[in-house]
Every structure is written in structure tokens, then in C-alpha cells.
Design a protein around this ligand. Structure first.
Ligand SMILES: Nc1nc2c(ncn2[C@@H]2O[C@H](COP(=O)(O)OP(=O)(O)OP(=O)(O)O)[C@@H](O)[C@H]2O)c(=O)[nH]1
Ligand SMILES: [Mg+2]
Length: 200
């Protein structure tokens, strides 16, 4: 299938592995991504979403984005995290979701981010989009806490000279507020010509 895309001169669809601990807001965030970019889909409402056991897949292709994205939303419950690494090798990017409103969950969330990044199958150049979810509950302090903690992890794992693209965005995953800037950043980070532009 990918070969067909290339033969026709289209960019390959990019695959995004969606990680984060249980209850962070991964599935909720993806439902809002579908609302924003998939004209045919109506994302599930918050009361229709249950904790993920298998995997949810969302595909978006939208002229605004210039790239087709496939998201693999995995379960974040403790016993399901062992499955994550099976998806690292084939992923082009990682969307890591952190609960920005729950300070007590931040340490566990960062431990799992670091563990994922240190996995040998997790590419050193793979862009990482961090969504700081529950921005409706957290306010700016929550976002700053998430940002500082992620920066620590990135510095520890990648070191100073890393060329990996990373960015933290606040999102209200119930209304979708903030979802578009986050996904636009990801699309630019993954677009074939992105190396020609500096991402700010
Ligand atoms: N207020 C608020 N609640 C949110 C937000 N995002 C998620 N939630 C709630 O947080 C809970 C967990 O959300 P999920 O999207 O199921 O979390 P998940 O990361 O997919 O969890 P697992 O599938 O168990 O790994 C649900 O009750 C959501 O309604 C948000 O931005 N704001
Ligand atoms: Mg889920």
C-alpha cells in the first residue's frame, strides 16, 4: 500500500503511536482530533468513552494538514504498557498524553515517557508531541509543570545536542480546545519537506 502512495507521488501516511498512563486523556483527545479533521466522523462524547483495552485507530487526511495521519491509541493501564513497545518500530511519531490537572500522576507519567524513549525500538529522531490534557481543569500552572517535567526527561534521555522535535500543547479533550494547533505542529514535524523549514 505504501509503495502505491510513493509511485503516485503522494506522501506516505504517517503513523503516530499514542501513549500515556491510564486516564490521561488519550482516547478523549483522539475523539476530538476526529471531530476537528474527519468530516465523516463524529467523535465519541466523554460519557461514551471507556478505558482502552485493545487499540483504537483513527485516520485523518485533511487538505489543511498536507499529510495523512494514522493514530494508534493504546491502553495505558499498568498491565497493558508492555504492549506499547510492539508499535515503536513502525511509528513515525509519538503523541504522549499527560494529565495536566493531576500533579500526583505526573511522576508515573514521566517514568513511562522516559522508559518508552529509552527503548531501543523507539527512534532517536522520532518527533514527540506532548498533549497536556484537562487544560479546562489545570490552568497555566498545570501546563508549566508538565512542560518542565517533559523538558527534564528530554534532556536526560536525548542530551543537549538532540535534533528531535518536541513540543507541549495544552488541550481540553472534552471540547477540543487546543487540539488543532497541536495536530498542526505534528503534521509539520512529519511533512516530507519539514527539514527545509525551521519549526518554531
Ligand atoms: N475535564 C476533562 N476531563 C477529561 C479530559 N480528557 C479526558 N478527560 C476525562 O478523563 C477520563 C479518562 O479519559 P480517557 O480518554 O479514557 O483516558 P485514556 O488516556 O484513554 O485512558 P486509558 O484508555 O485507560 O489508557 C475520562 O473520564 C475523560 O472524560 C479533559 O481534557 N478535561
Ligand atoms: Mg483510552
Amino acid at each position: 500500500m505504501e509503495a502505491v502512495y510513493e509511485m503516485m507521488g503522494y506522501p506516505k501516511p504517517k503513523r503516530v503511536v499514542v501513549l500515556g498512563i491510564q486516564g490521561a486523556g488519550k482516547t478523549s483527545a483522539l475523539e476530538r482530533v476526529k471531530d476537528a479533521y474527519d468530516a465523516n466522523a463524529r467523535g465519541l462524547r466523554p460519557d461514551q468513552i471507556i478505558s482502552t483495552v485493545g487499540m483504537n485507530i483513527a485516520k485523518i487526511s485533511n487538505a489543511e494538514l498536507n499529510v495523512e495521519l494514522t493514530f494508534w491509541d493504546l491502553g495505558g493501564a499498568f498491565g497493558l504498557r508492555g504492549i506499547w513497545e510492539s508499535y515503536f518500530q513502525d511509528a513515525d511519531a509519538c503523541l504522549y498524553v499527560v494529565d495536566g490537572a493531576e500533579e500526583r500522576a505526573l511522576e508515573e507519567s514521566m517514568v513511562e515517557l522516559e522508559r518508552a524513549m529509552r527503548n531501543k525500538r523507539f527512534s532517536k529522531s522520532m518527533p514527540i508531541l506532548i498533549i497536556s490534557a484537562k487544560s479546562d481543569l489545570s490552568g497555566p500552572e498545570g501546563l508549566e509543570m508538565v512542560r518542565a517535567s517533559c523538558e527534564d526527561v528530554f534532556a536526560r534521555v536525548d542530551g543537549g545536542g538532540s535534533r528531535r522535535q518536541t513540543r507541549v500543547f495544552p488541550v481540553d479533550c472534552r471540547t477540543g480546545l487546543g487540539v488543532k494547533p497541536a495536530i498542526e505542529w505534528l503534521a509539520r514535524a512529519l511533512a516530507p519537506s519539514s527539514s527545509l523549514f525551521s519549526l518554531s
